[in-house]
Design a protein around this ligand. Structure first.
Ligand code: SF4
Ligand code: SF4
Length: 152
């Protein structure tokens, strides 16, 4: 009897405490801004410098460029941009090295799928993945620009 009362005491005490569990996936998780989630890619900002692909430790970025269709402008524009999330370790190096912030981290971590083929994400998918883009990344770049420095 004493043990039952003691047990109920613990139960009632915890019923009034603040919940430590989340109603995920019904309620989205509020992750810290520095969380390294699946990247967003903006083709308009990409200068096809290839730095992201070169620094990637798992070689999961594949990109191709093409001549700028605007004859008045020099250089290339991006044609295809793919990331293989079977081997991407979300290390953040590609976003750190990108000079134009064409590729940035987001808070999106939801990659679960029934097929490995679905883990190959192309330019369109990465471009559409534009919710919860890391705010601090942009703030950091703005602060660096104000100081006259570069992010990379
Ligand atoms: S986060 Fe790391 S592993 Fe993933 S694409 Fe970028 S550099 Fe490669
Ligand atoms: S580092 Fe940035 S600008 Fe250069 S190819 Fe990669 S995404 Fe494009």
């Amino acid at each position: 009897m004493k043990g039952l009362v003691k047990g109920l005491g613990v139960t009632f005490k915890n019923m009034t405490k603040k919940k430590v569990t989340y109603a995920y996936p019904d309620v989205p998780l509020d992750l810290p801004d520095r969380f390294r989630g699946v990247q967003h890619f903006d083709p308009e900002k990409c200068i096809v410098c290839n730095q992201c692909a070169r620094i990637c430790p798992t070689e999961c970025i594949t990109l191709t460029g093409k001549a700028n269709p605007d004859p008045e402008k020099k250089g290339k524009v991006i044609d295809t941009y793919d990331i293989n999330f079977e081997i991407c370790i979300l290390c953040d190096l590609c976003t750190e090295v990108c000079p134009t912030e064409a590729i940035v981290m987001t808070n999106n971590f939801e990659l679960a799928t029934y097929s490995r083929d679905d883990l190959f994400k192309n330019l369109e998918w990465l471009n559409d993945n534009n919710t919860n883009v890391r705010k601090d990344q942009n703030g950091q770049a703005a602060a660096m620009a104000a100081k006259g420095g570069s992010k990379a």
